[in-house]
Write a protein that binds this ligand. Sequence first.
Ligand code: GLN
Length: 473
Amino acid sequence: MNLTLADYIAWVENKTLNPRDVVLHYLNKAKNNDQYNAFISVPEQYIHDNLDDYSAKVLRAAPIAIKDIILVKWSKTTCGSDMLRNYDSPYTATCIEKLHSHGGIMIGKTNMDEAAMGASTETSAFWKCFNPHGTNRIPGGSSGWSAAAVAGDLALAALGTDTGGSIRQPAALCGVVGLKPTYGRVSRYGVSAMASSLDQVGTFTKNVSDAALLLWSVAGYDDKDAQTQPRDEEMIIRSEECKKTDLKGIKIAVPKEFYAEWLDPKIAQKLDEMIQKLQEKGAIVEEVSMPTLPYAVATYYAIQPAEASTNLARFDGLKFWLQDDTFTYDNIKDYYKAIRSKGFGKEVQRRILLGTYALSAANYEGIYMKAWEVREKMKDDFSKTFKDYDVILGPTTPTVAWKMGEEPKDPLAMYMADIFVCPANLTGVPAMSIPAGTVENEGEQMPVWLQIMANHRREDLLFHVGKVMESVV
Ligand code: GLN
């Protein structure tokens, strides 16, 4: 059916569709025909229990996939990790409470890279996922399963988390719209913390209008997350700008640092083509310099592991699952070592070691604090740019989706997949990945997506420019 959220709601309201039929159709797909391996659990009872109630609300029980890092009482929350294989969610995250209050229904939990660390769906403790645009290709990560669920029409939309690109990168590689809102726009309460100063819940949708609608449904103040702000009805009203079909008066900056040697020339060409199309729509597009951008990966991979190593310290096999009576150990240190070696995969262990190292007394000033200084400078770069420009345009990913098994063996090379996406997390600004057409890669047409970023709380500009970009492709 490949329905968008907006079409689904309109068709339910004019009685062309019956929500029960649609939800049961998607439930059946999630249970019996999940050809991309997207779902890790499907909460059948919860769907039957809530369908009628949610059908009466704005979203009309629209089936939404939820990344398995977000707690929903009726399901387990594994975070793609052996450590939490049997962990029952004791309560429901605020963003899901808000989704429910507007009538969105969880159609299933989507698997993920372990603890949200990864860029290819290859670090989950459970299984990999296929890219619907070429099932021999990776769908990106860490929310690759959520992106595939939307691209493969296993759900109308999905919620994921983006700490260093985990929504935008897989959305781009799978060819759907991925939105990371402003830091604090959506509550993190009930979302397993990865790197707290970077984590943000966001959306996967089939188009830009749906992103605005889904964001509106889950955003807003929460007294359980001190970083949240009121929902900002203004943003929604300004999103009416979505209806504008031209870009007169809009100034777009393209940082020259984005044209780096690691950018696939075919993607650079798509960026150039897009610039021309946006100029034809009335935008003023200019090249700028943002000298901190090349340091994004180095900065992110100092701060993210440091925060993650602290957040993951609670998983010691005592309070959370993975009590294993078969372990023999002489002392508590051996016990922790055994549990954490068994419960965490290689990538998570690597980040815990990196983070602990960055925070150690000898390195704290030289690595962690240094990274914070660069982060502050990067924020200055962004504020300066946003004084003169409405949005920043650039690539989302340096390459198209690579083939399974061809992933870089060197973790540093893999980390470079995040070069264009992590600046938005480091600075807290909203960013969205938008279609730019396809390019030929080894005989296959693969989607290429570009990224736009706006100043804090200016998602409305992303929706406006994003809609126009969508219309010119
Ligand atoms: N590729 C990023 C990482 O591995 C993704 C992080 C995220 O956004 N969850 O850290």
